[in-house]
Design a protein around this ligand. Structure first.
Ligand SMILES: NC(=O)C1=CN([C@@H]2O[C@H](COP(=O)(O)OP(=O)(O)OC[C@H]3O[C@@H](n4cnc5c(N)ncnc54)[C@H](O)[C@@H]3O)[C@@H](O)[C@H]2O)C=CC1
Ligand SMILES: O=C(O)C(=O)CO
Length: 312
C-alpha cells in the first residue's frame, strides 16, 4: 500500500515516522512536485492540484476538521478529485478538548466579569460589581457536530442553560436542541453567549450578521471558533457599538493573518487569537487515519466522510 503526504507547514519527517509506526505494512512518502508514482491514499492540507489530479486513489484524508478550503479548490478544479474518490476529514482527534478549554475559559471570564474588572483595574478603581446570574447566561452553540457537542457538554457542569442549533435535531443531555432555519429565531431569542462551531458552507457564510445579532439578548457575547467568513465584521463592530454585544472573542478571520489596519485589533471589547483554538494533534490524527485506512482495506464503513454536495 502506497501513501503520499503533503502539508505546507507540518514537519514531514515527524509525521511520516508516526504514520510508519501506525501502518508498518505501508510505503509512506512525503509528496513533492513531479512525484507521479503510484499511491493508494493521500493525506493532505492545501494540496497542489497536481498532487491529486489523475490518481486512482482509494481515499483522501484532510489533515484537519474543516474542509472548506479543499472543497473550494475542488470547485475551481473538479478534475483534482472525482466524486467517486471519498474524501475524509478528522473527527475530534484531540480538537474537542482544545475547543472545550477555549470555550469554558472564555465563558467563565465573561460570567465572572473579568473583562469589567480588567477595565476597572486600568483606572485603578477598587469596585466590586453586581454578580451575573447563571439563568441570565444562556449559552447557544451554533453547530452541534463533533466539536459543538463537545463544547456544549463541557459547559454543562457549570450549570448554564444550554442550547444548540444544527441541521437536524440532536439529543445531547442537558442541551435544548433547535434544528433548521425555522427554529433559528427561537434559538437566538434569549441566547447570551453565542459560540460558533458551524462548518463554512454556502448556507452558513455570513450567518453572524446584523439580523442574527439583533435577535440575541442585550449585552451578549460572541465566540467565533469556526471560520472568519461566518461573521460580517462590520455588523459585529456595529453591534458592539450599539450595546447589543458586550464582547467578542475571535479565533478566525475572513483574512488571515488579520491585516494590521483592521479595526478589530484596536477594539477594547474584542479579544483575539490567531486561529489556534484547536490544532491537529499528530498522534491522535495518525491513529484516526491509520484505523480508517485499515477499515477501508477490510471493506468496513468509516466515519468522517465529507458530503461534497452538502459542503462539509
Ligand atoms: N478555529 C479552529 O482552530 C478550528 C476550527 N474548526 C471549524 O469547526 C468546524 C466544525 O467542526 P466539526 O464539529 O468537526 O464539524 P461537524 O461537521 O461535525 O459539525 C457541523 C455541525 O454544523 C451543523 N450545520 C451545518 N450546516 C448547517 C446549516 N446550514 N444549518 C444548521 N446547522 C448546520 C451540522 O448539523 C453539525 O451539527 C469545522 O468545519 C471548522 O471550520 C475546526 C477545527 C479547528
Ligand atoms: O482543522 C481545522 O479545520 C482547522 O481550522 C485547524 O486549525
Amino acid at each position: 500500500m502506497d501513501i503520499i503526504f503533503y502539508h505546507p507547514s507540518f514537519n514531514n519527517n515527524d509525521w511520516i515516522r508516526a504514520l510508519r509506526q501506525a501502518l508498518p505494512q505501508a510505503n509512506i512518502r512525503a509528496w513533492t512536485p513531479g512525484d507521479n508514482a503510484h499511491a493508494d491514499y493521500a493525506l493532505v492540507w492545501h494540496p497542489p492540484v497536481e498532487m491529486l489530479k489523475g490518481r486512482q486513489l482509494k481515499a483522501v484524508f484532510a489533515l484537519g476538521a474543516g474542509v472548506d478550503s479543499i472543497l473550494s479548490q475542488l470547485h475551481a478544479h473538479p478534475e483534482m478529485l472525482p466524486e467517486s474518490i471519498p474524501l475524509f476529514r478528522l473527527e475530534d482527534t484531540g480538537m474537542g478538548l482544545q475547543m472545550q478549554e477555549y470555550a469554558v475559559s472564555q465563558v467563565l471570564h465573561w460570567f465572572r466579569r473579568f473583562d469589567d474588572y480588567q477595565a476597572l483595574k486600568q483606572q485603578a478603581k477598587w469596585q466590586p460589581l453586581e454578580e451575573y446570574e447563571r439563568e441570565d447566561f444562556t449559552i447557544g452553540v451554533l453547530g452541534a457536530g463533533v466539536l459543538g457537542t463537545k463544547v456544549a457538554e463541557s459547559l454543562r457542569q457549570w450549570g448554564f442553560p444550554l442550547r444548540s442549533w444544527s441541521r437536524s435535531r440532536k439529543n445531547i443531555p442537558g442541551v435544548t436542541s433547535f434544528a433548521g432555519g425555522e427554529e433559528l429565531p427561537a434559538f437566538l431569542h434569549g441566547t447570551r453567549v453565542l459560540i460558533n462551531l458551524l462548518p463554512n458552507t454556502p448556507e452558513t457564510t455570513g450567518i453572524i450578521n446584523r439580523a442574527l445579532l439583533n435577535q440575541l439578548a442585550d449585552n451578549s457575547y460572541v465566540i467565533n471558533l469556526a471560520r472568519g467568513v461566518h461573521v460580517v465584521e462590520g455588523d459585529l463592530l456595529a453591534a458592539l457599538e450599539s450595546g447589543k454585544l458586550k464582547g467578542a472573542m475571535l479565533d478566525v478571520f475572513s483574512r488571515e493573518p488579520l491585516p494590521s489596519d483592521n479595526p478589530l485589533w484596536a477594539h477594547p471589547r474584542v479579544a483575539m487569537t490567531p486561529h489556534m483554538a484547536a490544532t491537529t494533534r499528530r498522534s491522535e490524527a495518525v491513529a484516526f487515519i491509520a484505523q480508517a485506512i485499515q477499515r477501508i482495506e477490510r471493506g468496513e464503513a468509516v466515519s468522517g466522510r465529507v458530503d461534497r454536495a452538502r459542503g462539509y
